[in-house]
Design a protein. Sequence first.
Length: 465
Amino acid sequence: MRILFLTVLLARAASGQWDRFRGPNGAGVLDSAGLPVEFGPARNLVWRLALPPGHSSPVIGGHRIYVTGVEHEQLYTICVERESGRILWKREAPRPRREKLHTLNNPASPTPVIDSQNVYVFFPDFGLLSYTHQGGERWRLPLGPFRNVYGVGASPVLADDLVVLVIDQDKNSFIVAVGKDDGKIRWQKPRPEALSGASTPAVVNNGRGPSLILAPASFRMDVYSARDGEAVWWVRGLPSEMKSAPVVVGDLVYVSGFNTPENDPGKQVALPTWQELLARADANKDGAIQKEEADERTRRYWDFIDTEGHGKIVEAEWNLHRAVMAAENGLYAFRMGSHGDTTENLVWKYQRSIPQLPSVVVYQDVVYMLNDKGVLTTLDALTGRMLRQDRVRGVSENYYASPVAGDGKIFLASHTGVVAVLRAGGQQELLAANKLDEEIFASPAIAYGKLFVRTVSALYCFGVH
């Protein structure tokens, strides 16, 4: 029996809303009819709106679109009229600090989340804020500072009456739930194994109790109850760095993670034990490894190993690094659990050409997995059998946005601004390659029969005329 797309999780898709990062429950799918195949500045363009830089993806509900951006070092939430591309309002957020960011990150990377009445945004340089759809500020909650070697990039999600945010960082990672009506913290739980991730959770609800929050992290995925933040079930054996979002379809959850090429199966480097390392490298005999004592490989990973930031490596940090490098990159399909450790619910795994940033999309029984170098792998969603693996358009280029799907089409946006459109199916049939000539970091959005693409300088709305 093939996967049924008739779950409570996707019920919101029927409304046409793209209400959070990657749309309904983060799956990247909305079957809105009439999506264009060919589009660009001179073809099937409904409107183009110049925007300040930001890597957040557009979210769409009713007549409004929401994005965030950075302009003249100030942080903004921006509301756009869907039909015309006209800015309805723009609200500045406080910016009391400047978080350290990777060059591919941006102070406005997290994507907003909306419900029928309000919008909720997260800026790592401040915290959480909520506005009405008319632009009135409802509440603000300072959070941080954070310490993530890449900069924090996960987006908030809604679960029952809560705004939920996962902060995975070099140490002291946590998940926090905030009342969506008052902005007060309801519960906060530590994630002791989680390291420098950026995975935005999925949320499930079977209608018989509180929602469950699926939050992948280093080595494991915990599934928290929205009621109190307690872990209801979990799976172990995951990769050591998680940035991609989990995707739930039916009773399966797909989760992928990639740390370094050395984490590919068969490519792991045998690292010495702590005692062996001290005997080899501790020249001053102080029981730690100073940077000048480290070999070239260790210096290359120094910022990831020295989680305390003390300028030296101690035993606990080295043992954690050994565990990080022993974990394997991969895409994993688990059957949904019920209670406790459900690692044995692994249905299949696939471990070639795994993405670091783009999340998978599962559409019409096919998994589309696009890695950062443009290698697209299509797999049977139930068995993990590879259907095809090839470079998108036969070209080697970078992809940071996640693919999205709808109307029998798959949309893949490259960093250089080419949006490829494939016919749904495992054979990766290319229908069109649309050049926008502007860099793209944000994942596209689908709503009301239109495709919305955010580049570094604009938001585009495309539709068939």
